[in-house]
Design a protein around this ligand. Sequence first.
Ligand SMILES: [Zn+2]
Length: 78
Amino acid sequence: MTIAAENINKKPITVRHSNLKRCDDSIYRSVCPVCKEGILLVRRDNNTGKITNKDRCLSCGQAFIYEDLPAKAKEAVK
Ligand SMILES: [Zn+2]
């Protein structure tokens, strides 16, 4: 996959992770709603390993903020 990153300087878009189209069978990977080709992996904090609410499309570079992540344990992402 070539990294075009045409949206890398655009403002983050707030989305609900639960509303995104899943990619493969992963509960976290989603298809980028902007370019429809890139993948959003869901990021983890390098220090704590916890899921963060910020993500970036691997293809178009669009930044996203998840309003429903990190989920609390009992509201785990389906
Ligand atoms: Zn994208």
